[in-house]
Design a protein around this ligand. Structure first.
Ligand code: SF4
Ligand code: SF4
Length: 320
């Protein structure tokens, strides 16, 4: 077995759903795309997106001497039956915060690499540093970036977390993924309730319900509240619309098993919750980054808009 084969097998043993390896290069061709997106203000209040553009284009600024980029995907698609009156939480947030889970796994993968190549150095990134993770996933042969701007793996669909391990080890690499499986499909664009997905496949965060329910630290603007529906944390409408997610069997990975009674937490329960209970139930989940006060504000908008539904149980938002 080559070192690359050992690493790919080790990644699957650790619980990742797929692993590919890309050869290091500068991603200079991404510069104009990034610049246009930023200049148009589509990053909304995510000022960090405008910083460290150099590092985004060249990971050698994050790990000097980098030669290979190991990319791992972890599928999180799950299914659930919700009680009436349950505001929806995007399925990625039902379990432990993926940042910590994936970073731990990538650390163990680096140890495996160092068993094979003593002295190899590496640095792990999970959606928290200036790394173009989805672009590296394409480079590593794991899928394409769809019009929804999400990475789509041909077998796993779009509900995957992406972790990147930069290393100075020279590894056999995969070929970049060259097809674009979107073809003439535009379902995500039509399905988006906020018109956030442009024809060019960029998402305007200023309109996106995921941004407003998770990242926006201010008040959700009225024109966004009008199309909020019962989305409390995140929005998966573009993913539900994507044909590459239908037929994907939801696999409840123990890595991301729901905690704290998620996702079946009703509106009344949120509104009555105290900070101690919130911490106890959700401190380990992505919800903690958003905070109870913001969640309650959003629940109030939901109740004002759609009320508290009285019909029977409904399928969860990630009904695949
Ligand atoms: S997450 Fe929701 S609002 Fe954002 S682009 Fe997708 S469908 Fe539109
Ligand atoms: S819904 Fe269609 S256009 Fe959008 S990402 Fe999926 S395949 Fe591509």
């Amino acid at each position: 077995m080559t070192v690359s084969q050992t690493i790919r097998a080790a990644a699957l043993e650790l619980g990742f759903s797929a692993c590919g390896i890309a050869r290091y290069r500068r991603l200079d061709e991404q510069a104009s795309y990034l610049e246009r997106w930023l200049r148009a203000g589509k990053h909304a209040g995510m000022e960090y997106m405008a910083r460290h553009v150099g590092e985004r284009l060249d990971p050698a600024l994050l790990l000097p001497g980098v030669r290979s980029v190991i990319v791992c995907l972890a599928a999180y698609g799950q299914d659930a039956v919700l009680s009436p009156g349950t505001p929806r939480i995007a399925s990625y947030a039902w379990g432990k915060d993926y940042h910590f889970v994936l970073k731990g796994l990538l650390g163990r993968l680096l140890e495996k690499l160092q068993e094979k190549i003593p002295g190899a150095s590496g640095r792990a990134f999970v959606d928290s540093a200036p790394v173009l993770e989805r672009r590296w996933a394409v480079e590593a042969g794991l899928g394409w970036i769809g019009r929804s701007s999400l990475l789509i793996h041909p077998r796993l669909g779009s509900r995957t977390f992406v972790g990147v391990l930069l290393t100075d080890a020279v590894l056999d690499c995969d070929e970049p993924y060259r097809e674009n499986g979107c073809g003439s499909c535009r379902r995500c664009i039509s399905a988006c309730p906020a018109g956030a997905i442009g024809g060019d496949g960029t998402v305007d965060a200023r309109r996106c319900l995921s941004y407003h329910t998770i990242e926006n630290r201010g008040t959700i603007p009225p024109q966004i509240a009008e199309v909020l529906g019962n989305r409390l944390f995140g929005c998966e409408t573009c993913q539900e619309a994507c044909p590459h997610n239908s037929g994907v069997v939801p696999a409840l990975s123990p890595l991301f098993a729901p905690v704290g009674g998620l996702p079946d937490v009703r509106a009344q329960e949120w509104l009555a919750m105290g900070s101690g209970e919130f911490r106890r139930r959700f401190a380990q989940t992505p919800l903690s980054r958003c905070g109870l006060r913001k969640l309650k504000e959003t629940v109030r908008l939901i109740v004002a808009d759609v009320g508290l539904p009285e019909k029977g149980p409904e399928k969860g938002i990630c009904d695949l």
